[in-house]
Write a protein that binds this ligand. Sequence first.
Ligand code: TYM
Length: 335
Amino acid sequence: MNAKPNLLSGMQPSASSLHLGNYLGALVNWVNMQENFNAYYVIVDLHAITVPQDPAELRTNTRRTAAQYIAAGIDPAKSALFVQSHVPAHAELAWILNCITGFGEASRMTQFKDKSQKAGSDSASVGLFTYPILQAADILLYQPKAVPVGEDQRQHLELTRDLAERFNSRFGKTFTIPEAHIMKETAKIYDLQNPTAKMSKSAADPKGLVNIMDDDTTISKKIKSAVTDTEGSIKLDWENKPGVSNLLSIHSSLSGESIVSLEERFEGAGYGVLKGEVADVVISAIGPIRDRANELMSDQAELDRLLARGAEKAKVVANQTLAAVYDRVGFIKPE
Ligand code: TYM
């Protein structure tokens, strides 16, 4: 592309909708950062099969995820928007990185521990175990300076940096060492029903997460039934008032109004008033994204064309990195 630094990030197409945590924690930054970076945005379908998937749903969810990226402002003309399985270099580099990752090192990944505990250790797949190594491959192929993610990805980014440094010191400088780019205010959006846990598609109660594809009435109902506390004051206090703090932080990051100003404005008001306003703010921010995503989904052929073009752009950089890696580790070139 050009002299701008590279950037890469990705999301799993493992649900029929992205949620507000994905949107605020990652997607908003992606849209802003595409101006100043050569951005690569990947829909990580290989990661999505590390837990059992329904093939028809995966197909639909992959396209729905792409539609939501574009509807939220990712411009496929500026950024490379693509599907991970369309660029075979991801799986190929992952194998090489598997071979320089320690078993103990991979065992320390907290997301694996959480997810495998949920699945039960007998049903957790080896793919789930090596998931962070595939993620490292996603990143390192594109030589990015920055990787915009939410707080929950910090440990995977550390592993990625460690693997890049290890490879570089063993085989010669091959990879750029990437930096996690985590926005403090939106690094972690919490579950509305269980406001000390992060908002997540695997939430126990679907009322805890606002989906980008939810209709207005559903969004409003979910926010109005958010768990708060009995104290009755509207102020930011994560320790004692996680529910209210989460609502304030969602409001502030979508409306741009500072927390201090919100606290002043809501002084003496009841939680119902706060919730009503948060619902309005959320609906006006994500309602148009949902509507646009639905429109995009109605032209599947066009969506597939955009993704094919994105994969072509991605392959140029990915294949170049992979060729250097193959050479460095000692593979001979095919005639
Ligand atoms: P995934 O699909 O779980 O989440 C996508 C992005 O959304 C962020 N996020 C949140 N941010 C704030 N609050 C929340 N409650 C919240 N929930 C999710 C995540 O931090 C992430 O940035 N392993 C990655 C996918 C991946 C990837 C990559 C990311 C694969 N390869 C390469 C970056 C670079 C994941 O599961 O994201």
